[in-house]
Design a protein around this ligand. Sequence first.
Ligand SMILES: [Zn+2]
Length: 317
Amino acid sequence: MTAPANASPDGRLQESRPHERVLVWTLGGEELATSYGTNAVALLGDDGVVLVDPLVAPAHARLVERALRRHTDTPVRLVVLTHHHTDHALGASWFAARGIPVLAHAACAERIAAEHPGLIAARRAVPALAGLFDDAEPVRPTVTFSTGVTLHLDGLEVEVWHPGWGHTPGDAFLYLPGQGVALTGDLVFHRYHFNYEDASPDGVRRGLEALRALDAEIFVPGHGPPGGPELLTLQAHYHETVEAVGFDFIRLPEVECEYRIAPREGQLMDEAVIQIKTFKSRAMVKGATQKGNLETLSMVMVDYDYDGEVFALDAVF
Ligand SMILES: [Zn+2]
């Protein structure tokens, strides 16, 4: 690992360089206006660049291109999408409009065609977002693949693999053999909460195993700072925590939770933290008007080794 994140000249993009051939940029934050903190990544060959996940809109893609130009004049030869979510994919239209090919898994291309026109229209209808999505267009990947593909740039080889339906049906991760670097896409969120919207829990587990099988020391996650193989372990623990928690009610409440693994001061083992963000019960305690009716939350149950089928109660809080 080298250089920590630095602000780019316009003060918006944070840049890091976890490997001499890998540049990572992010706008940080957790909002649409900052691409939800997605990492855009440049892989530097001797005479060309592969650009991965150029953020949520053409305006953000232009920031990435400007930041890239501080390092190299060589052309962007290809844009690769790790999946169809707009925070990774919509910026690609800026490069596609300049004749640069875009590579994605076939299912990623299908989801873009099905979902992005509606999402763009919906965002343009929101005054605060209209400016950002003004010139956004759904990108049409020019090259699709089903299992995997190897790119040969001068001085750099890049493998793109589909690990099955994990975070989304059209997931791809990238691996630079010989450089010890892997780009995980959203199979790994580091210090961000995971988005399960299109995810297959079993598939995510298999995806993490496929990443672990790589001979890589540096992992660039879809969101959050790059790190070592411990990122995979942390993400696996996070999913295990999510799966191990059950809420039991006479009538199901609306619960929005964040799950994370946090270090415990003076302890070797990390601690799984469940943070209840919103809790709306349909059962009211008599006279309860304050505290979001949290009085009706009686217990949280945990099965430490939940197998996906039988919930065997290990602990109650
Ligand atoms: Zn995603």
